[in-house]
Write a protein that binds this ligand. Structure first.
Ligand code: HEM
Length: 109
């Protein structure tokens, strides 16, 4: 079964639009990573103020390879303030790891 890695971002209210714009203009390189299965940026509505960057991978090893890759660096070029001189949109980040235990998708027939 797949694994899920969620990056939990603390984003000040006045930086939300900036964060969403950065993701709208994201590198789009994760799609080509070996073992990549899914990505979603989740905007908080109720119960938390954190944005979740949800990613799903074939294996832990595939995720670790992507994190160590140039594609990861390129995917975060805009997030690094030193590189762009821009203010980072997030003031904190925490990584959550899960194993998928059960899953479902809509029937296609
Ligand atoms: C200090 C930690 C991190 C921060 C503050 C952060 C923030 C960001 C931001 C602002 C972007 C938008 C693109 C940009 O501005 O360059 C981005 C892209 C992305 N982040 Fe992170 N991130 C961090 C670590 C991680 C980790 C550990 C994961 C794994 C779940 C992750 C998953 C992604 C993905 C999938 C993209 C899109 C990349 C692409 O399109 O190729 N990030 N991140």
């Amino acid at each position: 079964m797949s694994i899920v890695k969620i990056n939990v971002l603390t984003v000040p209210a006045e930086m939300r639009a900036t964060l969403e714009q950065r993701f709208a203009g994201r590198a789009g390189m994760v799609e080509a990573a070996d073992g990549f299965e899914w990505f979603e940026l989740l905007r908080p509505v109720e119960g938390t103020d954190a944005y979740l960057v949800y990613t799903r991978w074939r294996s832990e090893e595939d995720f670790e390879k992507w994190q160590a890759s140039n594609a990861f660096q390129a995917g975060h070029a805009g997030a690094a303030s030193a590189a762009t001189g821009a203010q980072p949109a997030a003031t904190g980040a925490q990584l959550w790891s899960f194993e998928v235990v059960a899953a479902a998708a809509p029937r296609t027939t």
